[in-house]
Write a protein that binds this ligand. Structure first.
Ligand code: SAM
Length: 225
């Protein structure tokens, strides 16, 4: 059974596309989508040998070796022009790493029309990358599984500008204000309050004062949203 988190990611993959799943680990996502007849072809990219071998094994056991190419490659380098990839998924990593993978592999996105990113933490760098590279958010989701909260960002080509708050909280997510969204930011606020308390007990250095001010500002932003 595929995790609820990856099922959410899968739900944003259009019907019949050629998919590249970057950082695929066991290739669970492409195998699931292929099993349901939802995609035509897939590339599963992995940069680490162990997960790459698990992906190969899993694809072979599913009998998909002719439909899912498993490649040992860094980031978007797994995508070759002739693959004609339409949709890219990058799930289960931190937002800064996802943004860095997108940034350093931009030229491999020539045929790509949709990117589905699922950062475990810090989605903001992905939104910032999108704005500076002519991609825009077309949807976002937030969900909880096993007590952990995950965001899913869906990008397509196009121009967009976002406010500070929209970059931080997500334009769709902050408008929707779902229960999980509120819980996520209550958790973040709580963590910031704890840091603030610790800082106030700590030595009154200039550096600590600066950090306190910054955290207070972040708290005000969270409370505002
Ligand atoms: N995508 C799967 C999921 O969401 O369940 C696996 C997530 S796993 C936590 C992250 C995977 O990304 C690891 O297998 C890791 O080796 C791989 N990874 C990290 N950096 C990568 C990169 N630059 N290129 C390709 N794979 C990468």
């Amino acid at each position: 059974e595929l995790s609820k988190r990856l099922q959410y990611v899968a739900s944003y993959v259009p019907e019949g596309v050629r998919l590249a799943d970057i950082g695929s680990d066991h290739a669970y996502l492409p195998c699931y989508l292929m099993e349901r007849g939802q995609i035509e072809h897939a590339v599963a990219g992995e940069v680490v040998k162990g997960p790459f071998e698990s992906a190969e094994r899993n694809v072979r056991e599913h009998g998909f070796s002719d439909k899912i190419d498993v490649r040992l490659a860094n980031g978007l380098q797994a995508i070759h022009e002739e693959d004609a990839i339409h949709t890219v998924t990058i799930a289960g990593m931190g937002g800064p790493l996802i943004a860095q993978i997108l940034e350093s592999g931009e030229k491999h996105l020539a045929t790509v029309e949709r990117i589905i990113a699922q950062p475990n933490i810090h989605a903001r760098p992905i939104r910032e990358w999108a704005v500076s590279n002519n991609w825009k958010l077309i949807d976002e989701a937030i969900m909880k599984e096993d007590g952990k909260i995950y965001e899913i960002l869906v990008l397509e080509r196009g121009e967009a500008t976002y406010s500070e708050d929209e970059l931080q909280f997500g334009p769709y997510l902050m408008r929707e204000q779902s229960e999980v969204f509120i819980e996520k930011w209550q958790r973040e606020a709580e963590a910031k309050r704890n840091i603030l308390q610790a800082l106030q007990k700590a030595q009154k250095t200039e550096d600590n004062a600066r950090r306190s001010e910054k955290i207070k500002q972040e708290l005000t932003n969270i409370e505002g949203v």
